[in-house]
Design a protein around this ligand. Sequence first.
Ligand code: 3H9
Length: 743
Amino acid sequence: TMNDKAIVDEEGKRMRDAMNDSVTLERAGRIGLIRIDHPPVNALAGPVRTGLRTAVDRLAAEAVPGGTAAGGLAAVVVYAAGRTFVAGGDIAEFDDPDYDITHLLDTLARLEGLALPVVAALHGSVLGGGLEIAMACHYRVAQAGTRLGQPEVRLGLLPGAGGTQRLPRLVGAGRALEMMLDGQPIGTDEALRLGLIDAVTDGDPRTAALAYAENLLAQGAGPRRSAERPVMVTAGAGAGNEAAAAATEVADFFARRRTALAARAAVYPALPRIVDAVEAGCTQGFAAGLAVETQAFQACLRAPQSQAMRALFFAEREAAKLPGLPADVALRPIRRVGVVGAGTMGGGIAMNFANAGIPVVLVDTSAEALARGLDIVRRNYQASAARGKLDVAEVERRMACLHGTLALADLGDCDLVIEAVFENMALKLQVCAQLGEVCRPGAIIATNTSTLDMDALARASGRAGDFVGMHFFSPANVMRLLEVVRGAHTAPEVLATVVRLARTIGKVAVVSGVCYGFIGNRMLESYLRESEFLLLEGASPARIDAAIQSLGLPMGPCRMLDMAGLDVAAKVVIEHLKAGGLPPDPSYRAAVQRMFALGRFGQKTGAGYYRYDGRTPLPDPEVADICRALAAEHGIAQRDDIGDDEIIERCLYPLINEGARILEEGIAYRPGDIDVVWTCGYGFPDHRGGPMHMADRLGAAHIVRRLEHYARQRGNPHGYWDRSALLARLAEHGGRLADFRGA
Ligand code: 3H9
């Protein structure tokens, strides 16, 4: 790994010496610097790890406490080039079955073991392995605005480069556990308070760290090793309670943490392992704790949950990449946004932009509707403020971004206008035509429709090139997903602008082609179809929901529709029927339509698939009667042998099958996009990676066999069990959905 890129000054001293392309040794007087440069985020890829190792070896050889005129080094600074310090281990490498963390652990131990003070110069995102390097240094200086954390748990992992040992020794076991269990990074203010960093600088972190090191040398300060500190079990800073806690107290402390995690431990195995590693480090010392960490880290790397979560990490980032887009496409600036319709959806959409400081013009047809909409937004913000999540001044700042008006003409200076009026074709056609008139040339016009023909709306606007779908999910200010719908004529730069804007407002955008329900609701339809057939066949709502929830979804289909409103759900079915989109099957989604007819709208009317005591769903014997009557009407036999497996397979496999069709048809660009839709928009559990990832784990052959089984068992007059060509092909020839790229 060593090469000869040494730069030598007049006196023959090396000033820069490349270990490899990613790590360079520099010197500034008697201070040696390790510079990490591995774009985009300095992740700890192979070359960074080997470069670090060589650099630390070299520094060890040249270390001379106090330095010498001949060039011996007196202190070391570790810093990184580019937009951030090290953002963590290289997640892409974790799939390598030979990935081995022990060399890095050894390098960090030797870095920490240097006989010279070692100062980390931090900026950007000091995450995971990045924070672990920083903690192996003796002192830490961070640029204001730096984020520090151990987010491994979000990838189904635990810190694997000593984090479970050094973090508790720096900030106390209590806060360290919190940071590792929720994965949320902290800012420099808190890091300073906790003793995780020693100084904050507004300037260049390298310069500040050099000055800090000189200062240490002037004071005669030496190494200060995290590993040699005791673990404080009490909360608080390293400067906290120095009295050692009694053994029973310690045992109790960890037992309480374990109990609190018990419910989630089965699906997030990293959680209890974090507690194990910290406890071992606390009771048996650094080396023993590290051994527990290493073993747990390697086990988690191979666990299916982590593989799923890592795949999602990359899928979320890939979703923003638009295939076939010219590299030089110029995005349209979005400085001002218009929203038509101040209802729940419109208000929620407007909030996203106000949160990001983008001015919004909110239009409605009556002063009352407008006032009501703005009032709901204000109360929403005030509720956040009351929970301590928002500054009171920030409430006003955001409200000041919102300008209500009754005149569509006031949208003339907006760069993007989103219509969020009632889901009715005639109304939307009219609004889109008006927007085509009032919007300035070059403005983007978007519709929030979830079911209507977007291309017809685009034509109505007279500006199909400027037209795009922006399908927000309710509540629009909360849900992370934004389906961006690509119409037949949507201009590439319009699509790219909206996808980019989604990121600005904190959404994950997934592009969908035009079809009924787009990616998410189209797949949902087959899931709801089967759950309603199961109701007719005699499975209770509680039974169905429990089976689905056992997969890790927060709610089964019956609870979900009760919350969303069975009236809303039934109207969608009825409209679809009117538009000729349903199969000629009178039993198709008969349950939801009957509930609607009976005035059982769900939670809001106190009864739907369940009856409600406040918000608590209770089984309702009337529902069984209703389903029995419906089954008799439609000649469906009721059974009492419907098990969890059948419920799961019948609800999920048709959904997966529909996802495969969506790929074949080019509606979604990639399988990962579908997984992002389901995890960010529908609560599909991240530890299963989404329906397409889950399908690959089950295997296409298995799914196809089960679809064929149900086709035989249920009959297949309406093609409900027809296999998608893609799944059938994979079942026959092998291969994974994950490798599918483009029809
Ligand atoms: C870990 O550290 C385990 C250790 O304890 C033990 C082992 C050492 N690896 O998000 P962005 C790519 S586990 C590989 O769009 P941003 C990303 O895919 C890790 N690649 O930028 C994208 O690539 P592309 C713990 C990574 O500015 C590009 O960088 N660390 C990694 O919005 C830009 O990413 C984490 O979990 C990585 N670690 O946000 C941090 N990170 O351009 C994960 C990024 O080809 N990363 N990439 O699409 C993040 O949270 C964000 O990326 C970050 C920047 C906040 C850093």
